[in-house]
Design a protein around this ligand. Structure first.
Ligand SMILES: Cc1cc2nc3c(=O)[nH]c(=O)nc-3n(C[C@H](O)[C@H](O)[C@H](O)COP(=O)(O)O)c2cc1C
Length: 211
């Protein structure tokens, strides 16, 4: 089900709340993380997603994946515009299990770290922090300047989780989807969302051949 911009909370999906996750997609490279995350969560019947895509995020969806905002919004239960500052997710009274920004630009990181609340993504993140819920920022830039690093420290001090999507190779991914899913599985673990997309590590192979 997809519901377009709603400043009041849609009754049809709020009556019996399942687990609610707020998702932001911003203009850092790595749009695939946001899209794949929504695709995985769409297939989990007890998860309700609330999505905000920034304008730069929409640009990168097109640049990197040849898809448009509407196609990605169709993956989410509720969608909002960044300007919709009166939306349900802008209030602490909206009960959620946390928020993931995938990917998270340095601009959005900076805004959240200084509590600027200049759009719905940064306001929703600010609310998640003030309510002591899980905030996970899949920050992406390289290399980092001192402001980026300081902002990440601030987020961590405030209880947020800085989770740059750095791929691992020890599980020998065969393609980009496997690489992305491995990272997203760890993200879902941090939100305590059961998933089987991460191959669970059971020790180095050579330990099986121990003499
Ligand atoms: C193709 C492209 C790739 C970009 N990659 C990054 C990036 O990896 N990290 C970043 O912080 N900004 C990146 N930017 C710049 C952001 O999109 C820009 O700072 C924007 O204002 C962020 O706004 P938002 O946080 O509201 O989405 C990129 C921009 C473009 C056009």
């Amino acid at each position: 089900m997809s519901l377009s911009s709603t400043s009041t909370f849609p009754a049809s999906i709020s009556d019996q709340p399942s687990r609610r996750i707020v998702i932001g997609i911003t203009g850092a490279t790595g749009a695939i993380y946001g899209v794949r995350l929504l695709t995985i969560l769409r297939d989990m019947p007890d998860i309700e997603t609330h999505l905000v895509i920034s304008d730069a995020g929409a640009l990168n969806l097109h640049q990197e994946l040849d898809i448009n905002r509407k196609q990605v919004e169709a993956l989410s239960d509720a969608v909002y515009s960044t300007r919709e500052i009166g939306a349900a997710i802008a209030s602490g009274s909206f009960q959620s299990d946390g928020m993931i920004i995938a990917p998270c630009s340095m601009k959005t990181l900076s805004s959240i770290s200084s509590s600027l609340c200049d759009n719905l993504i940064t306001r929703a993140a600010d609310v998640v922090l003030k309510e002591h819920r899980r905030l996970l920022l899949m920050v992406r830039e390289t290399p980092f300047n001192l402001a980026h690093l300081r902002n990440m420290i601030s987020i961590t001090e405030m209880g947020g989780i800085v989770f740059p999507p750095l791929p691992s190779f020890y599980h020998r991914p065969k393609n980009i989807t496997e690489m992305v899913d491995h990272t997203l599985g760890r993200v879902l673990d941090l939100l305590m969302i059961d998933n089987d997309i991460v191959p669970r590590w059971s020790g180095l192979k050579k330990s099986l051949n121990k003499k």
